[in-house]
Ligand binder design. Structure first.
Ligand SMILES: [Zn+2]
Length: 429
């Protein structure tokens, strides 16, 4: 049985107090950088606010005795070197960038919790056996340039400078210029690509309402859902809304509404964790007194089981075609984006469950419907992810909120897990 960061169970409340104030202090400070005049935080990649934040974090890490170092794309690492310098590092952290007018928890929480954990472990137990690192990843959201997971992708070799050459933001600034204006770029600083990471653990807000609804405090992520995005175009006949009898119409929008109803019914029938959404609908000519002649729309479908996702998408194609045929409409559909589900590591999940059980925190195994940096790291090392509740499931908004006590519980679980991996010499999976 592994030792614990708690020498007595009574210490739990005291430790939660400690993590609560530590994590909140970092989050409150981070929230002062990249503030948006329109509300919330807009900390876009390589912006002034972004650079100030990373620099402030680097000073903070150094101040806490975690040696800070940037890599060439601007990922920031705070390192607690282990006795065995040749053993792969255990890495924790998340992304520092936000969406436009985002909140103060998405991404930032995983960094704050990681710093809190490492600082506590260092003070309490000194040097670990294995190197522990916290990372503030430069970018995940894809909010400024049309590239996402730039930070984690550069570390695992899924992104490189070739991917971003020629990209521009909405104001015409090139990716390369933005990067070099912050002092980063190819060959500047340590190479981003790493092959010495033994495990990655990410703490993150849930960005959904499952934990809150079920009264759980920690979500242990089973897998990050795979995605399919489909695009459809339905053609009917635009015609006069007053003179075309109902029986003679080829109403593309009426056809699409029947497809949307069928989609929802089937998704509800198949149940969790399948989700399916029609998020965009463009009607032509989109005027009140004309029967709609053409409708373009999207379907976003997600599931952790690739086969289930494929068979659902086949059902969608078949059913939509039948519904179109029955109305003498023509339909064309394509899958334009697909991403495979990413399971989290079984052994790390098991250890996290054990930690949660020993700390008596209400928890739940769950699926992440949203993408995260963890899915990049899973390509190169055992990876795990834990969620804390989001109030009303809201995220990517200034309304984002998690109770300080829940933030503390997540940090405590993370600390215990890092203790096992870094100090106990628990074999990494
Ligand atoms: Zn995030």
């Amino acid at each position: 049985m592994a030792r614990s960061v708690l020498s007595h169970p009574q210490e739990k409340e005291r430790l939660l107090d400690y993590f609560e104030s530590f994590v909140m202090q970092i989050l409150n400070e981070l929230a002062t950088y990249g503030t948006d005049e329109q509300g919330g935080i807009s900390r876009l990649l390589y912006s002034d606010g972004w650079l100030e934040t990373q620099r402030a974090l680097a000073l903070k890490m150094d101040g806490f005795g975690l040696k800070a170092e940037f890599d060439e794309v601007g990922n920031l690492f705070g390192k607690l070197p282990g006795e065995d310098a040749s053993a792969p590092s255990v890495l924790t952290g998340s992304h520092i960038d936000t969406v436009i007018q985002g909140g103060m928890y998405d991404g930032a929480y995983g960094i704050a919790a990681g710093i809190a954990a490492l600082v506590y472990l260092r003070r309490q137990f000194g040097q670990p056996k294995r190197t522990l690192e916290v990372v503030s990843l430069c970018e995940e959201e894809g909010s400024r340039f049309p590239v996402a997971y730039w930070g984690s992708g550069s570390i695992v070799g899924k992104r490189d400078f070739g991917h971003v050459a020629g990209l521009r933001d909405t104001r015409g600034v090139t990716f390369t210029d933005a990067m070099s204006s912050c002092g980063f770029g190819e060959g500047v600083g340590r190479k981003s690509r790493r092959s010495d990471i033994g495990a990655f653990i990410e703490a993150h807000i849930e960005q959904g309402a499952v934990l809150e609804t079920e009264g759980a405090v920690i979500g242990v992520v089973e897998a990050i859902a795979g995605q399919r995005r489909l695009q459809f175009e339905v053609l009917g006949e635009a015609n006069h809304a007053g003179t075309t009898p109902m029986r003679l119409r080829k109403d593309a929008l009426e056809g699409v509404s029947s497809m949307m109803q069928a989609l929802r019914k089937e998704a509800v029938r198949l149940g969790d964790p399948l989700v399916a959404t029609v998020g965009r609908l463009q009607v032509q000519p989109n005027v009140p007194n004309v029967v709609p002649g053409k409708v373009s729309f999207t379907v976003d479908a997600r599931h952790v089981d690739e086969q289930a996702l494929d068979s659902f998408c086949e059902w969608v194609m078949r059913t939509f075609t039948e519904l179109a045929d029955a109305r003498q409409l023509t339909i064309q559909g394509t899958v334009w984006f697909q991403e495979a589900p990413v399971p989290m590591n079984d052994e790390l999940k098991r250890q996290m469950d054990e930690v949660i059980c020993s700390l008596s925190v209400p928890s739940k195994r769950m699926v992440s419907g949203a993408g995260h940096d963890a899915q990049m790291f899973a390509h190169i090392c055992p990876t795990a992810m834990l969620f804390v509740p989001s109030r009303r499931g809201i995220s990517h908004s200034p309304e984002e909120y998690t109770k300080p006590r829940d933030l503390a519980a997540g940090a405590l679980v993370l600390t215990e897990l890092l203790y096992r991996l870094g100090y106990e010499g628990e074999g990494l999976p």
